[in-house]
Design a protein around this ligand. Structure first.
Ligand code: AMP
Ligand code: ZN
Length: 743
């Protein structure tokens, strides 16, 4: 609820109707008892078709001046070729100028555009009317300073919104459609151009965003109803029988600590099937979108088969189930669920389930280098991600797997647009740009792009295991490494150079994980948490206001019922019929959410550091062994030269490091390991970014962090090679150092 509604209680409203004769009827209504401008009037505007310049012909004489009839015959005047305004109690003359100027530029030969514009203009008009009410109240000395301040702030926010909208309209270079939205292009041609030559066809056909800029209490209540419905238990459990072990494994589905490996064991390698069924049921998606349960089962079984096709250690059905559960957790515990429509939720869960469908266990770069069929098909652009969505949609073309068969055309289209955007953004080469874009979003006062938030949530879930318990994270890491190493084996067989982290003999797993956490995971979760705060804060305010209003003692006299009071609560009922949990927007605790993931990634990093030291000690041991063996084969002089050379190499530019090492060899070693780790993880992501031919902006990542943790690097492609060399040097230095410490 905006402050004007609550403080001034002047409820001016305007309604715009374009009738068949292309008359625009604008009804203004103020029904506040105490407001001087209490009035109701209707204005009719028509456009003189004969006038080629498109200006309003407001008095029918072609002079371009407005004519206003303030006769109180509300609504009785037939539309004609002049503007007539009918007033009651208060003359609406003061609105005349605003009305005229608002409509002046609208061209009569484009009523569609005019209509959209008029809808937007209503906000500005309402604001101006409210300001006038305020002036009147000020004159009468009826308003206090606090109210005045709130209302001025509200007005400022409206003006800011106008500024942003208009600036964007002028400057939005991304909007390829703007050029072809000229009035001279017929709409059919425009649609054809848009759908054929731009990437905006989905956008063109999308219905207007349902979220208004000024959310009202009605929306808050609607959200409450929606949420309650989402979590209603349904009778659709007939599709799948849950073994007791599965029910037990699913009991923690709302928790961060949920163990997907346990679910997979309990379900005998059907974690994805049970996860999808459980979540679709909990959110009532099966009923809401009339998804045939038999189709759902066939579809998910086909998904499972696809995930098992290449027997990947990491990119398999367990990973898909894990990402789906994590997305569910994020929606629930960030409160973003309350911002979503049912279709958004369907899109999120569906995208999570399909996002790595038929993954080959090799990277995009491997596909590109080996010129695989999919790389050729998708022109080296987000090869796997394109494939995952496409193949999953192809499954649904089979009638018995068409789970979206009962969606309306609009829903089907909107869902597809969202799913494509989300899955494509799981391409890691989008990571830095994605984070940068979302950080920028945080700085803007305007609303947040829902599809982008959804994409970030899926991406976060996709790389979330370093923020999970050590047991889970370690297991995921080892399976991922094994998958990378298998690719490295293939690369060796094919005579290709090893991709980063793919050489099983030299990859420093522990160190790479520290880098992955620092550079990739932590920033992702951090920006997601900040975004969630931005999104849900107004929802929480709305919810608390509506609760106040629904109190029986409320002065607003709105009737309250136990039903309405409950609307902001959600009960999550697990399949086992066990304990239910209350989830409402007011129980969302982002602080707790943040502390939890921060704490876990910190602990995991500490563990990796310990392992890094162990690795280093093992390397020292191996090196010693090797040296001992070498002693038998090499002459002593030559060996000594090596050690001296090593010492010299470390000394160059590293004097302080050596001093520190002397006092604390372990600490120094860990620092050095960290640098190497960060280099290798950076190298991997640089590699990803460059190989996938997507743009790389050096400022997409905070420069200070790079300098702090890695080598100086200006982000241009040619420096990738430099980085690789630096990494090799780091490894070399490390090896020398290990030898040196030991000796
Ligand atoms: P996806 O392939 O869709 O699962 O995207 C996630 C990507 O993040 C993986 O392919 C890896 O490249 C990367 N990733 C996930 N976990 C790790 C990890 N522990 N270490 C390094 N990279 C990781
Ligand atoms: Zn994935």
């Amino acid at each position: 609820m905006n402050p004007v509604d609550s403080q001034v209680k002047c409820c001016f409203t305007s309604k715009i109707v374009v009738n068949e004769e292309e008359w625009v009827q604008v009804e203004h209504l103020c029904c506040h008892r105490d407001c001087d401008s209490h009035a109701s009037y209707t204005a009719y505007y028509s456009f003189n078709k004969e006038k080629p310049d498109g200006h309003l012909d407001e008095d029918g004489n072609g002079e371009g001046k407005s004519h206003m009839d303030s006769s109180p015959a509300l609504g009785t005047s037939a539309p004609g070729k002049s503007v007539r305004i009918f007033g009651m109690e208060t003359s609406p003359a003061e609105f005349k100028e605003f009305d005229t100027s608002s409509l002046e530029f609208i061209k009569p030969d484009n009523p569609e555009k005019m209509w959209i514009r008029l809808q937007g203009l209503q906000n500005y008009k309402n604001t101006s009317q409210r300001l006038r009410c305020l002036v009147k109240q000020l004159e009468k000395g009826e308003i206090n300073v606090a109210d005045l301040k709130k209302n001025i702030e509200y007005t400022a926010s409206v003006l800011e919104a106008v500024y942003i909208d208009e600036t964007r309209r002028l400057l939005d270079t991304e909007d390829e459609l703007s050029d072809i939205q000229s009035d001279s292009v017929p709409s059919e041609v425009r649609d054809w151009l848009a759908s054929t030559f731009t990437r905006k066809m989905g956008v063109m056909q999308r219905r207007p965003v349902e979220k208004p800029r000024f959310r009202s209490i009605v929306h808050a209540v609607q959200a409450g109803i929606f949420v309650e419905r989402m979590y209603r238990r349904t009778s659709n459990m007939i599709g799948l029988t849950y073994p007791a072990a599965v029910i037990s494994a699913l009991k923690d589905i709302d928790k961060w600590s949920f163990n997907v490996f346990a679910l997979n064991e309990a379900s005998r390698d059907h974690a994805l099937k049970f996860m999808v069924h459980e979540l679709f049921t909990r959110y009532d998606l099966i009923n809401r979108f009339r998804i045939p349960v038999s189709s759902l089962m066939s579809f998910v079984e086909a998904l499972e088969a696809g995930y098992s096709k290449y027997k990947n250690p990491y990119h398999n059905l367990i990973h898909a189930a894990d990402v789906a559960q994590t997305v569910h957790y994020l929606m629930l515990h960030t409160g973003i669920m309350h911002w979503f429509t049912e279709l958004d939720i369907l899109a999120m869960l569906f995208a999570a389930a399909i996002h790595d469908y038929e993954h080959t266990g090799t990277t995009n770069n491997f596909h590109i280098q080996t010129r695989s069929g999919v790389a050729i098909l998708y022109n080296d652009r987000s090869v796997l991600e394109n494939y995952h969505v496409s193949a999953a949609y192809r499954l649904m073309q089979e009638e018995e797997m068409n789970i979206m068969c009962n969606l309306s055309k609009d829903d089907w289209r909107d869902l597809r647009t969202l799913v494509i955007e989300m899955v494509l953004s799981t391409d890691m080469s989008c990571h830095f740009q994605q984070i940068k874009t979302m950080r920028n979003t945080l700085q803007q006062p305007e609303g947040t792009d829902k599809a982008k938030v959804m994409s970030l949530m899926l991406h976060a879930a996709d790389i979330s295991h370093p923020a999970k318990s050590w047991q889970q994270h370690y297991r995921w890491t080892m399976t991922l490494m094994e998958e990378f190493f298998r690719q490295g084996d293939s690369e060796a067989d094919l005579g290709l150079p090893f991709s980063p982290l793919c050489d099983r003999k030299s990859t420093m797993v522990a160190q790479s994980q520290i880098g992955f956490i620092d550079f990739i995971v932590e920033p992702t979760f951090s920006v997601l948490t900040d975004l969630a705060e931005k999104i849900i804060t107004p929802l929480i305010e709305e919810a608390s206001q509506s609760e106040t209003i629904f109190q029986p003692q409320s002065l607003t006299n709105i009737r309250t019922t136990p039903e309405t009071n409950r609307r902001h609560s959600v009960r999550s009922v697990p399949s086992d019929g066990g304990c239910s949990t209350e989830y409402s927007i007011s129980t969302v605790d982002l602080k707790c959410f943040k502390l939890n993931w921060m704490d876990i990634i910190q602990q995991n990093k500490e563990k990796w550091k310990e392992l890094a030291i162990q690795d280093a000690e093992e390397k020292i041991r191996q090196k010693t062994e090797q040296n001992k063996n070498n002693e038998h084969h090499k002459n002593n002089d030559h060996s000594t030269e090596n050690v001296i050379a090593a010492e010299d190499k470390i000394s160059v530019g590293c004097d302080e490091e050596i001093l520190e090492r002397k006092s604390s060899p372990t600490k120094s070693l860990v620092n050095q390991l960290s640098i190497a780790a960060n280099n290798s993880i950076l190298q991997r992501h640089l590699h990803t970014a460059s190989c996938d031919s997507l743009s790389w902006e050096h400022d997409a990542y905070p420069a200070e962090t790079l300098i702090q943790h890695g080598p100086p690097w200006n982000g241009e492609m040619k420096h990738i090679k430099d980085t690789e060399e630096t990494v090799n040097n780091s490894k070399e230095i490390l090896d020398y150092k290990v030898t040196f410490i030991r000796n």
